[in-house]
Write a protein that binds this ligand. Sequence first.
Ligand code: ADP
Ligand code: MG
Length: 562
Amino acid sequence: MAKKQFQAESKRLLEMMINSIYTQREIFLRELISNASDAIDKMYYKALMDDQLVFNKDDYYIKVTADKENRTLTISDTGIGMTKEELENNLGIIAKSGSLAFKKENELKDGHNIIGQFGVGFYSAFMVADIVTVISKAHGSEEAYKWESEGADGYTIESCGKDSAGTEIILKIKPNTEDDQYDEYLEEYRLKAIIKKYSDFIRYPIKMDVKGQRPKEGADENDNELEEYVEEQTINSMVPIWRRNKSELTADDYEKFYNEKRYGFDKPLKHIHISADGAVVYNAILFIPENTPFDYYTKEYEKGLELYSNGVLIMNKCADLLPDYFSFVKGMVDSEDLSLNISREMLQHDRQLSLIAKNIKNKIKSQLQSMLKDERDNYEKFYKAFGRQLKYGVYSDYGMNKDLLQDLLMFHSSKEKKLVTLDEYVSRMPEDQKYIYYASGESIERIEKLPQAELVTDKGYELLYFTDDIDEFAIKMLMNYKEKEFKSVSSGDLGIEPDEKDKESDAEQSENKDIFEHMQTVLAGKVKQVRASKRLKTHPVCLTAEGELTIEMEKILKAMPN
Ligand code: ADP
Ligand code: MG
């Protein structure tokens, strides 16, 4: 059967797309500036590959110009420009990204600074403009072309004049309507604010002609006559935040960076700004998020930090920079010690990289420790979001990281009715207490009702509540903490001093020998032994385990897929 092509009403499709992708109109400027920056980046990469070509930084910039009278906003760049074909392909086909193609052609796998990839950003211009005109001259070409469109009705292309390579995007800003105001996109202060908000770390200058007033030259000092003047200003700070001095940055700056970088949709709970210049020189800004990402405990979650070499993004998610137990950390690392290398394989064996990773691991650990010490509430918040990952960390790799992680662990306790650390537990153990006691169960309420727990709490000993599957496995890996062994309340011997009750139960055992033997035959294959208990107070019966695995662990192991 012949296949039929889907038909689409392109005008409606374009409208739907534009209106469903973006919630804020102002981002059209971010999109167009990103495209301009990409166009300049392409020149930069071309120059890297071509000895004949010199990249002179001063020649490359983006300019934003508003013309209120004609209601036009122009975004121009001195980047690589577009040929006629490129105009048709990249702007004439929705979801076609010339930038993505560029990355592929040049094999810039992860190694690029180029922002574009989806091939839709450009059309966001139609959120604020009736007519979009693009005048472009490709690098190395003699001809320039003008592309013009009023939206999905189509576009026209004709040749035109343009002096130098680059692109000019001219937006005819929509007239105000009763519901929608568009004038703001012609206002200098508003444009400046949008640029700052979204494009502050664009590495090339974004310039604007800014109006000012000053005392008229030659005028009398007492005479307050002013004159208007226009001055070209660079609006973005360009120098990335991580290259700036910690002392001049506020918590707000870091938060803004976190949001801009889309490390998460929450706020960072804590930031770590590292400027290392020891054995390895690097800058890093790391964040501990406030909330657990929705896919965090799934296979889909990808750990990693952004890796920059000399301010150029090499990798989006460099996994080698983070151990699994700190996989929740977000952020970036910038190092001059890494040679600009766009092949991932080379980086993985980079000695500098593993030095940085080690360094970072220690910084995160000490940050968490000082949070635990000085900001208990924050730490508990963190622990509720990511504590499970730390416990996995203790358990995995054959307990290799237990020394690093054990002090960061917390468990609910019978004494405090809240999270306590192992150190807190051990430091208040009475002298006669031999073990660190714990009980596993589905919930705190359930554990509190466990008959096995009674003897321990009756004795006045503190009990740790293990409600997470991983808890007991992690603790088995630790074995002990500060030389105190862990002991499950469901294990055979609790190591509690025998008292009168013991003799009683020994007597009970022999007196009721027949009943116990009978019970044992009835329960054959289900239990190993039935005997009088030395530990029950108010409950008639309880189960205990013998050997390494506790009942809870057996349950979990049985539930695991083979
Ligand atoms: P994306 O940036 O995700 O690729 P866009 O819709 O923003 O998608 O842009 C589509 C393509 O148009 C880009 O990939 C690029 O090839 C081309 N383009 C857009 N703006 C410019 C520009 N200022 N200079 C050169 N090429 C551009
Ligand atoms: Mg784009």
